[in-house]
Design a protein around this ligand. Structure first.
Ligand SMILES: NC(=O)c1ccc[n+]([C@@H]2O[C@H](COP(=O)([O-])OP(=O)(O)OC[C@H]3O[C@@H](n4cnc5c(N)ncnc54)[C@H](OP(=O)(O)O)[C@@H]3O)[C@@H](O)[C@H]2O)c1
Length: 214
């Protein structure tokens, strides 16, 4: 797939690198520094390049939204028309100090995004995993026991694209249902961050949510 990365920081930089290593064509965009995007693209290999948000979105099958919630309006403006695109968001609707969700309970960041982008197909994924474990999970992807990763959305095509990217990064994709399930996965993302960065177990503990089998 052609994947446009909007926000090339901890999440976007790492996921874009792994998508490229898994054989997808990746365009990194949205950083304060063009040189950083170019380095990311060089390091990610021949399937990656750097460009503007508009260029990253234009030819993409899937756009990964990986910005702080406060940058949402700006990055969407720069990206331009996302009609008919699959927009995969890992962005949590956090306040400026990253201490609380600003959308929760009766809605979610993913649903708020879908309302802004009525003609795009929004799917929420990768919001429950700390960026620190992504390379380790990718390196161990051929092992039988993959960690599970939930995703949710209302559009079948978007969900199939997300499931494929989740699998290619090394997780076992678990369909958590419609987009409104993000009301529960986003607080889970916050819990994971607390476990990863404030608990004693560190990031490795935080992504080990195993599926119960009968
Ligand atoms: N980090 C995690 O483990 C994690 C896990 C789950 C979900 N999330 C969510 O994922 C989203 C991204 O998180 P992150 O940790 O990847 O954030 P991050 O490292 O801060 O990355 C954000 C990206 O946006 C760019 N950016 C910010 N302001 C900009 C501006 N004014 N102009 C141009 N570029 C700008 C940054 O540029 P620079 O490259 O110059 O810094 C960076 O590339 C957030 O919503 C977060 O809640 C994060």
């Amino acid at each position: 797939m052609r994947v446009g990365i909007l926000g090339s920081g901890l999440m976007g930089g790492k996921l874009g690198t792994l998508f490229a290593r898994a054989g997808h064509n990746v365009v990194f965009s949205y950083s304060h520094r063009r040189a950083k995007l170019e380095k990311l693209a060089r390091d990610a290999g021949e399937n990656a390049r750097a460009a503007t948000p508009r260029e990253a979105a234009r030819d993409a099958d899937v756009v990964l939204l990986a910005v702080h919630w406060s940058r949402l309006a700006d990055v969407l403006k720069q990206a331009g028309d996302l009609s008919a695109k699959v927009v995969m968001t890992c962005s949590l609707p956090m306040n400026a100090s990253d201490t609380a969700l600003v959308v929760a309970h009766k809605s979610s960041g993913a649903e708020a995004l879908a309302k802004k982008l009525r003609k795009a197909h929004v799917v929420a994924a990768f919001n429950t995993v700390p960026s620190e474990v992504l390379f380790g999970v990718f390196d161990a992807r051929r092992k039988a026991n993959r960690p599970s990763l939930v995703y949710c959305g209302d559009d079948g095509k978007a969900k199939r694209a997300a499931a494929r990217l989740i699998r290619d990064v090394g997780f076992d994709p678990v369909d958590a249902g419609p987009l409104r399930i993000a009301r529960f996965t986003e607080p889970l993302g916050l819990l994971v961050a607390q476990l990863a960065y404030e608990g004693k177990g560190g990031p490795k503990l935080a992504y080990r949510f195993w599926r119960f089998r009968a």
